[in-house]
Design a protein around this ligand. Sequence first.
Ligand SMILES: Cc1cc2nc3c(=O)[nH]c(=O)nc-3n(C[C@H](O)[C@H](O)[C@H](O)COP(=O)(O)O)c2cc1C
Length: 315
Amino acid sequence: MFENNAICKLLNIKYPIFQGGMAWIGTAELASAVSNAGGLGLIGAGHMPPDVLRAEIQKCKGWTDKPFGVNIMLMSPFVKEVMQVVIDERVPVITTGAGNPGEYMPALKEIGTKVIPVVASVALAKRLVRAGADAVIAEGTESGGHIGEITTMALLPQVVDAVDVPVIGAGGIGDSRGMAAAFALGAQAIQMGSRFVLSEECIAHENYKKLVLKAKDRSTVVTGKSLGHPARIIANKLSRKYEEMEAAGASAEELEKLGAGSLHRATHEGDVENGSVMIGEISGMLNDIKPVKQIIEDIVGGLPTVIESIQGNCK
Ligand SMILES: Cc1cc2nc3c(=O)[nH]c(=O)nc-3n(C[C@H](O)[C@H](O)[C@H](O)COP(=O)(O)O)c2cc1C
């Protein structure tokens, strides 16, 4: 299976499954487990200072001999320094969020690092492919974390049609059916975040995982729209306070202050009422915590049955 898959060939991985970079919880523990299971694990650099990222990369190298990557948020105050760390450490793959990694492309290409930006629109996908992206991740608004506005169902085929590099589908994928659907829309790989939050290897606080386990289809809301960086989180005290302040015309500064440190508060301190419990809409379907290897094997193992059932419905 997947011998001819463009992403597996490009990145030298067994299964076309990425674990999305996740600030604070996409650590070496999770990334190495995903890479060891045959997918592509990604360390989420978030706003990590460069020395912390270097230590995380070195841990990951110690725990897996398979390819892994780093997700770099281009709005990080340390972006230049973390790019240098990735180059020094010769990390084989980087994915990027929140912007255009064009200025770093020549240095990354020179050492053979594959650059795969996350995009939420056709225009950005085209621009980044022109700048040299090796593939793009088309991420729909169903996703957990910072999001765009278009659904995976509508965005993915439009990005596939617009670019001539492989496309990875992300947002709302949590099982074999989701993977088959993304492939039907033209993706050559999938990226999941929410499903991997509910893995044994994810270091998120148990309160965080418990709340995600309880989530239903309509449990998430989007905050931060007025600030220009919307994020999908589980509705809680924090999201309600946010909405109240937004409605009362709070300034950007006041809203930023409310959000500052809120993901860490939930992921590490376990305060899931006053912290940001970032998770995707698919969380309503996720009801177990499994080892990463089992998550990946269940999804890949279930694909033939899903494909058969699609064929059956088309007869
Ligand atoms: C807790 C959490 C944190 C995230 N942090 C980041 C991040 O730092 N950088 C990024 O590009 N995407 C981030 N994402 C998005 C994921 O990488 C992934 O694309 C997304 O979760 C896919 O959608 P899904 O949640 O429906 O699987 C985050 C997602 C979650 C759930």
